[in-house]
Design a binder for this molecule. Structure first.
Ligand code: SF4
Length: 210
């Protein structure tokens, strides 16, 4: 079990899946820079993270709920949690709002699963599914919180903890992702890759007795 002092932000998981260097720059080196994608996401979250709740029929909707897990050592906030009553059963469903559309990687799903794990611990319940609302396609997408997603999420939590504990920022690897990364101007992935190449060539040169 961790204490509050050990908590890291749940958003670090998404950052890690996107790029471990991005995660270290933000959560180890405190670097942050806005771009069109982060601003679009912030505007959407300002609309939904309102710390309010409402009840309609069998559904109670809570917005901006703060969450944590002492077992995993993470904390964060859910855009929306829906408490849905069916006869004597109550299901708990985290709903995350995204400005874009479903991604090819598992970053969004890992974030949702981590929210589910926090809610399970806090409410002593089981969260079987979560949902995304993607603004670009204007519809909800359901995600099963199954054993494989739970395993992947816990593995990423462990890797992020290792990265934050060791305070070691991985070297830049330039890829297509860098073009959409708000930290490109701080990270300088092309320059860093060039530097790595130069170091490699220098080592080769020295090994050959040059
Ligand atoms: S610019 Fe590229 S390498 Fe650098 S943090 Fe962003 S995604 Fe990672």
């Amino acid at each position: 079990m961790f204490t509050e002092d050990d908590f890291f932000q749940l958003s670090a998981l998404q950052h890690y899946v996107y790029c471990p260097r991005q995660c270290a720059l933000i959560h180890v080196e405190d670097a942050w820079r806005e771009n069109v994608f982060t601003v679009r996401g912030d505007i959407l979250h300002e609309k939904v993270d309102t710390d309010t709740y409402e009840s309609r029929g069998t559904v109670k909707t809570v917005r901006g709920l703060k969450i944590h897990s002492f077992r995993l050592g993470i904390s964060g906030r859910c855009d929306v949690v829906e408490f849905v009553r069916r006869q004597t059963e109550m299901s708990v469903v985290p709903v995350e709002f995204k400005a874009g559309q479903p991604k090819d990687d598992i970053s969004d799903k890992v974030q949702l699963c981590a929210q589910a794990l926090c809610l399970e611990e806090m409410l002593n319940t089981t969260v079987a599914r979560g949902e995304f609302f993607y603004a670009k396609i204007r519809r909800r997408v359901k995600v099963e919180i199954d054993s494989e997603l739970r395993r992947q999420t816990e593995e990423i939590v462990a890797r992020v903890r290792e990265l934050i504990t060791n305070k070691r920022t991985p070297a830049a690897e330039y890829s297509a992702k860098c073009r959409n990364c708000s930290l490109e101007g701080i990270c300088l992935p092309k320059a860093m890759s060039d530097r790595k190449l130069k170091r490699y060539l220098k080592e080769l040169y020295l090994q050959s007795g040059g």
